[in-house]
Ligand binder design. Structure first.
Ligand SMILES: CC(C)(COP(=O)(O)OP(=O)(O)OC[C@H]1O[C@@H](n2cnc3c(N)ncnc32)[C@H](O)[C@@H]1OP(=O)(O)O)[C@@H](O)C(=O)NCCC(=O)NCCS
Length: 170
C-alpha cells in the first residue's frame, strides 16, 4: 500500500451561512459547523484511504471566533496522521472578509475517522508522509491525541498511554 501525503487528501469546502443555520444572535450554530466539518473530514479520509470511512471521534474543536450570518466559510481538511485503520483529520476554518477578500482563521478541529469494509470491520490504511513544518508538527502530536482520545473513551489504560504520559512526566 503506497504512502500518501497530506496534500493527497486535501479537501476544501466553501459555503455560505444562511439564516436557518444561525443561533439567536445571528452567528453560525455550532452543530452546523460540526456537521460541515464532519463532511469535509470524511472526504479527506476517503481520499487518503479510498475506503468507506466512519467518524470514530471528535477529538478537539475550538470555536474561537463567531461566524456571522452571510459569511463565506471555508473548511480545509487534511489527514494529519494515519495509524493502522484510523486517520486523524486536522481542519482549519476560515471566514472570507466581504470587502477585502482576506481570509481570517475562525476555528480549528481534529476528528478521527476509521476505514472499514462493507461489514463495518476496520481495514488497513496507507501511511501518511508529512512534508511541511506544520504537517510534521501535527503528525508528531497526533499519537498523543490518539492516546488521550482512547483513554477518555475507556479503550486504553492511562498507564499504557506512554506518549501522553511523557508530556507530564520527564
Ligand atoms: C469506529 C469503529 C469502527 C471502531 O471499531 P472498534 O471495534 O473499536 O475497532 P478497533 O478497536 O479495532 O479500533 C479501530 C481503530 O479505531 C481507533 N479508535 C477507536 N475508538 C477511537 C476513539 N474513541 N478515538 C480515537 N481512535 C479510536 C482505534 O485506536 C483503532 O485505530 P488503529 O487501527 O489505527 O490503531 C466502531 O466503533 C464504529 O463503527 N463506530 C461507529 C461509527 C459511526 O457510526 N460513526 C458515525 C456516528 S453517528
Amino acid at each position: 500500500m503506497d504512502a500518501k501525503t497530506a496534500a493527497d487528501s486535501k479537501t476544501i469546502v466553501t459555503d455560505l451561512v444562511l439564516p436557518s443555520e444561525t443561533n439567536p444572535i445571528n452567528n453560525l450554530f455550532g452543530g452546523e459547523l460540526l456537521a460541515r466539518m464532519d463532511r469535509a473530514a470524511s472526504i479527506a479520509a476517503r481520499r487518503h484511504s479510498r475506503r468507506i470511512v466512519v467518524t470514530a471521534s471528535v477529538n478537539h474543536v475550538a470555536f474561537n471566533r463567531a461566524v456571522p450570518l452571510g459569511s463565506v466559510v471555508t473548511i480545509e481538511a487534511k489527514v494529519s496522521r494515519a495509524f493502522t485503520s484510523s486517520m486523524e483529520i486536522y481542519m482549519d476554518v476560515w471566514i472570507e472578509d466581504r470587502e477585502s477578500g482576506e481570509c481570517i482563521k475562525a476555528n480549528e478541529a481534529i476528528y478521527t475517522f476509521v476505514a472499514v469494509d462493507e461489514t463495518g470491520r476496520p481495514v488497513k490504511v496507507p501511511e501518511l508522509i508529512a512534508e511541511t513544518d506544520l504537517e510534521k508538527e501535527r503528525f508528531e502530536a497526533a499519537l498523543r491525541r490518539k492516546q488521550l482520545s482512547l483513554v477518555l473513551a475507556g479503550k486504553l489504560k492511562p498507564n499504557d498511554a506512554t506518549e501522553l504520559k511523557a508530556l507530564f512526566i520527564s
